[in-house]
Design a protein around this ligand. Structure first.
Ligand code: FA5
Length: 342
């Protein structure tokens, strides 16, 4: 190694640099001259092998060249980066006048929309929302509602059981009546109890295994059947319009006496009869009745002093009627083509 060799390397490196226009070639240059195993680096490191008298001069010049080449390298790298950025901006030119891309937004589920409408109507009539649990015990879902074990009326509610004996998914919102009465007894009650219910049913156009119900409960003095009929009729007029026909049909529920079912004229066939209304021209939207004395007592009220009415309606069925939806399975099918229509 000699000073001439050092100067030759320096000239070679210095002349090669301005020719370089791409990052890859620059990296090769770096490896060849100033990288960890580059020629200039190796020369700087080998100073110790020189005769003592030559070391100082050689070392000084070698370090000078190395630092000059390092800064020249950094400048070149910067220039190449800037050129590449300018080139990519030029190629992928941004047209700021283009319209923006639409952002997909979600909507409110049709069943939720109906639920909100239902809350608003009942709120106007003085009913507050009272929520209770979806996982119930057999006692509250059935026994407290005057349905003892093995009672044939249990067949009206095909039940999902859990692995814990006596713990079930509620088959209706009626157990909420017991929770509400025990909370407010002996005071007056005017609540609606909305929420999801579950039944081990054969799924069809009208029946799902999970669906919403909105229970209603009014307890006080001198509450009569005419109050129930008047209140439900007022509700039906608000939600379906003044002209839609509503009828009350005598029925049976163990927890109400007397009991009725509420039918609304089928809007899908205008009362002529179709697959959704099973050819009857009417669609059942609710069960209702006067709270049974046994249930009042289980809730902590004296049935000789207090009376009350209760109802349980299906918001999905109401939504079907309002929008002409002919199959309940759309509600939980998660098909955007359906959901985006609301
Ligand atoms: C009941 O569940 C009673 N608990 C209602 C009740 C409450 C009566 C208070 C008296 C006093 P029913 O099984 O008929 O009754 O259901 C009530 C409403 O829930 C039905 O009118 C219907 O709108 C809806 N519903 C019932 N089963 C289903 C189902 N499988 N899919 C969708 N909606 C349903």
């Amino acid at each position: 190694m000699s000073l001439q060799e050092l100067e030759r390397l320096y000239t070679e490196a210095k002349n090669a640099l301005p020719e370089i226009t791409e990052a890859a070639a620059l990296e090769n240059w770096e490896n060849k001259f100033i990288g960890r195993k580059g020629a200039i680096t190796l020369l700087v490191r080998s100073v110790g092998q020189l005769p003592k008298e030559d070391r100082a001069a050689f070392g000084q010049r070698a370090n000078q060249i190395k630092s000059e080449m390092e800064s020249a390298y950094a400048q070149r790298a910067d220039l190449i980066r800037q050129r590449e950025l300018a080139k990519s901006l030029e190629e992928g030119e941004i047209d700021v006048t283009l319209p923006g891309r639409p952002t997909p937004t979600g909507g409110i589920h049709p069943a939720t929309q109906t639920l909100r409408e239902i809350y608003a109507i009942w709120a106007d009539m003085g009913f507050q929302v009272f929520r209770t649990r979806e996982v119930e015990d057999d006692q509250t879902n059935f026994e407290m509602l005057n349905i003892p074990p093995h009672h044939p009326a249990r067949d009206m509610w095909d039940t999902f059981h859990t692995t814990t004996p006596g713990v079930i998914l509620r088959t209706h919102t009626s157990p909420g009546q017991i929770h509400a009465m025990r909370r407010f007894a002996p005071g007056p009650i005017r609540v609606i109890l909305p929420g999801m219910c579950f039944r081990y049913e054969q799924i069809s156009t009208r029946k799902e295994i999970q669906f919403n119900q909105v229970e209603g409960l009014a307890v006080g003095h001198n509450i009569r059947l005419s109050d129930l009929k008047g209140t439900i009729t007022a509700f039906a007029r608000r939600i379906f319009g003044e002209d839609r026909k509503v009828r009350f049909r005598g029925s049976y529920f163990p927890f109400t006496e007397p009991s009725m079912e509420v039918d609304v004229e089928c809007m899908l066939c205008e009362g002529k009869g179709c697959s959704v209304c099973s050819g009857t021209g009417w669609l059942e939207i609710a069960g209702c009745g006067m709270v049974h004395p046994v249930v009042l007592r289980n809730g902590g009220y004296d049935p000789t002093v207090h009376s009350g009415f209760a109802f349980g309606m299906g918001p999905e069925r109401i939504t079907m009627l309002k929008h002409g939806i002919n199959d309940i399975r759309y509600f939980w099918g998660n098909d955007l083509r359906f959901l985006e229509q609301f």
